[in-house]
Ligand binder design. Structure first.
Ligand SMILES: [Zn+2]
Length: 476
């Protein structure tokens, strides 16, 4: 029996300006978690959510997480824990999202002010955090409000966990989840996370796998302080010269990881798995649009998706301590730290991968015969995740997608990592579903991040519909 959703859907449409206004207020709070100076704004964002949830009738707690490990004077922003409904006759669903955002400055190349939600003629709502992850977080609040105003009984008990440090390694969250698994989250029967994206721009998807991420630093130092090349060039072995040669040995132009033993850990592709890729709605044009270029490694869909989802990749991110401003400063940096990461997949093991990386980097550095000093270490590591897409949690979501969007969703994996997914799965022992709201061209973490109005409004319907279908799925 299909749930009665028309009243709820009509209410969402009727309240759409109000919901966009709620997103505008949230985007206006620059809750950048990586910037200590912005910490009061991150905390303000937690209070904003808490106030909105309280006004909607939820029970809310702001849980302190103590101090930030790398900045002992700085308080971590609180986790917003909330419960809406406490009816033993209903299913209980736990949802997660994050209210912090990546840094953004107009001067980075934004066409609009990053912290002012700006809606263009095509219904694209630009603003930092619009799609990652304030839109989806507010989606749950909006779904509650639309039910109340429509006079429709809320179908489940909803537990909410919204954190403020996701863009900075979710500091402190794992411990809280483990501690609350048998307390605040004890009656959760399944988990839903809305913090990823459709594969393209037209077809919704449900995501059942993520790559992990091991992030490394390679530190090379020599001189006691930065030097002038006119005075000291030619007299000292230069850390930057060594570093670029070490970094260049990690990966080739076509993405092949050159560290022995990494690719050998990857689970082989079965014919059944390979056939799954044929039906997925994805075109290279969408990828070109999302990239903003045609500089793809592969020309076709299947190898591209496999490279993104089920094979590891290595990316070089930056060099700390290097001269990076415009102009021609003749500095010789005394110490430079190269940053790179490996996206990991089944069946790669974190410890083994670390060992292989350390050994290889040390060997490459040793080959240079440099008198400088090398340190290589992992900044953070996170395992990959794969769930069963046949669980009722996924079945319910698939029905909701079909009801709201009129198509069956693609079942996809993601190239990124959302480490909290695995933490929730391990701590609660429940199935975790990734139910995205935004589309592939939203540009999370980039300049001109946006969420389409259609994805936001239909996404609110989707989150609500999912809860109705979840309530109807037979107990297994
Ligand atoms: Zn996010």
């Amino acid at each position: 029996m299909a749930p009665q959703l028309d009243g709820f859907f009509q209410q969402v449409d009727g309240l759409s300006d109000h919901f966009i206004d709620r997103l505008r207020k949230a985007v206006a709070i620059p809750s950048v978690s990586s910037d200590a100076a912005r910490r009061p704004d991150v905390v303000r964002m937690a209070h904003f959510l808490s106030d909105e949830l309280t006004a909607l009738g939820a029970q809310v707690e702001l849980r302190p997480l103590g101090k930030q490990p790398d900045k002992p004077d700085l308080d971590l922003p609180p986790v917003v824990l909330a419960r809406y409904g406490n009816d033993k006759g209903k299913r209980t669903i736990l949802v997660y999202g994050h209210y912090d955002v990546q840094p953004a400055e107009k001067t980075d190349g934004w066409a609009t002010e990053p912290f002012e939600l700006t809606v263009d003629g095509q219904g694209r709502m630009f603003g930092r955090g619009s799609t990652d992850d304030k839109g989806p977080v507010l989606g749950w609040l909006n779904a509650i409000e639309a039910h109340k105003k429509a006079g429709v009984d809320f179908p489940v008990n909803l537990l909410m966990c919204f954190e403020g440090m996701e863009e900075y390694g979710s500091e402190g969250l794992d411990a809280l989840i483990e501690q609350e698994a048998q307390r605040f989250f004890a009656d959760a029967e399944a988990v839903c996370i809305s913090d990823n994206y459709w594969l393209g721009t037209e077809k919704p998807c449900l995501t059942y796998g993520l790559r992990g991420c091991n992030y490394y630093s390679v530190e090379i130092s020599g001189p006691g302080q930065d030097l002038h090349s006119g005075v000291f060039g030619g007299t000292a072995q230069e850390p930057m010269t060594d570093l670029v040669r070490v970094l260049a040995s990690l990966v080739d132009t076509n993405g092949k990881i050159l560290i022995p033993g990494i690719n050998e850990q990857v689970a082989p592709v079965t014919p059944e798995e390979e056939s799954l890729y044929d039906d997925i709605s994805f075109t290279m044009e969408t990828l070109h649009d999302a990239l903003g270029s045609k500089t793809t490694i592969f020309e076709d869909k299947k190898p591209t998706l496999m490279a993104r989802w089920r094979y590891p990749s290595l990316s070089i991110h930056g060099v700390e301590g290097a001269f990076s401003a415009p102009g021609a400063k003749t500095v010789i940096p005394a110490k430079v730290i190269g940053k790179f990461s490996i996206r990991t997949v089944p069946n790669m093991e974190i410890d083994k991968t670390n060992e292989l990386v350390y050994q290889y980097v040390q060997e490459q550095f040793a080959k240079l015969g440099s008198k400088n000093t090398l340190k290589v270490y992992a900044q953070h590591t996170g395992k990959w995740w794969v769930a069963s897409p046949h669980h009722w949690n996924f079945t319910a979501a698939a029905k909701a997608v079909e009801r709201v969007w009129g198509v069956k969703p693609d079942f996809t994996r993601e190239g990124g990592s959302i480490p909290v997914t695995l933490t929730f799965e391990q701590a609660t022992g429940k199935n975790v579903l990734l139910l995205p709201m935004g589309s592939s061209t939203d540009g999370a973490h980039s300049i001109n991040e946006k969420l389409d109005k259609r994805n936001y409004i239909e996404g609110i319907k989707l989150l609500g519909a999912y809860l109705h279908y979840v309530a109807e799925e037979p107990k297994q």
